[in-house]
Write a protein that binds this ligand. Structure first.
Ligand SMILES: [Zn+2]
Length: 271
């Protein structure tokens, strides 16, 4: 599933191809996404200029002359830049053709993605209005996470994966974050000490930043029709490494199940 770093990588890959371009036409090959693509969308978008490409949580925001397109990649979606006219392949559902001769192509086998057009302030849209702070925003600091952690009767892993606490920490990154924080995943969030909360904030930013940076290095492939965004190329310390030696201390990495998701940790480095 595309997580925040992959969406940010996608944003960075798209922006230079989209900003300043005018939309020639939107072609919907299959409108059956998470919510059906509005029938009038092609007409609405044609002729509008893309001012910028932004991101909020896992939504891409295409700022246009008169409104904003909210684009979510769902469970399996990806956006690529291809030469206009390139034949579509299975699961290519939407083409956004630009005056540059390039097309933004949306592929989504499981069709949980969505494309929604909004006028007015997109941040006020119900899908975005209640989202927690971005991990890189000033509002997400140790004081904030400390206050939130006192109020919740959940494990620390559930705390940081809760999209109403902070956006962008998916299952893979949660294990990595906890490793870098030295905190065991099953600890109750209320048991965290202030210094541990501070380490958590630092680790969340560090792990996500690193993932974005590594994703960024694969952008060269981005315009290549054969290229796929390089998800999860970063060096993982614990995720899916059960039974392998810890990269810090050689203790064997353990795994457990929390909320039906796999969690990985080092019993020596994390307490
Ligand atoms: Zn270790």
């Amino acid at each position: 599933m595309p997580e925040l770093p992959e969406v940010e990588t996608t944003r960075r890959g798209l922006e230079p191809h989209l900003a300043g371009q005018t939309i020639l036409r939107l072609t919907v090959h299959d409108h059956r996404l998470r919510w059906p693509v509005a029938a009038g969308l092609p007409q609405t978008l044609a002729g509008q200029r893309v001012e910028s490409v932004e991101r909020r949580a896992k939504y891409l925001l295409l700022r246009l002359t008169h409104g904003t397109v909210l684009w979510h990649l769902g469970m399996s979606g990806s956006l690529r830049i291809v030469p206009s006219g390139l034949p579509t392949e299975p699961h290519d559902h939407i083409d956004l053709a630009l005056t540059s001769g390039h097309t933004v192509r949306f592929n989504d086998p499981r069709r949980f993605g969505c494309v929604i057009y909004v006028t007015g302030d997109p941040q006020a849209h119900p899908l975005l209005a209640k989202l927690a702070p971005e991990p890189f925003a000033a509002a997400f600091d140790a004081g904030y996470l400390w206050r939130v952690s006192r109020r919740r009767k959940v494990s620390v892993k559930q705390l940081i994966m809760n999209g109403q606490v902070v956006t962008g920490v998916g299952n893979i990154y949660a294990s990595e974050v906890l490793f870098h924080s030295g905190i065991r995943p099953r600890r109750q969030s209320r048991s965290l000490k202030r210094a541990e909360v501070t380490r958590l904030v630092t680790a969340i930013r560090k792990v996500l930043k690193q993932a974005i940076r590594v994703g960024g290095t694969t952008l060269r492939d981005y315009v290549n029709p054969e290229g796929n965004p390089g998800y999860f190329r970063q060096k993982l310390y614990v995720y899916e490494r059960a039974g392998e030696p810890c990269r810090n201390c050689d203790t064997l990495i353990r795994s457990l199940t929390q909320g039906q998701r796999s969690t990985y940790y080092c019993p020596t480095c994390q307490s």
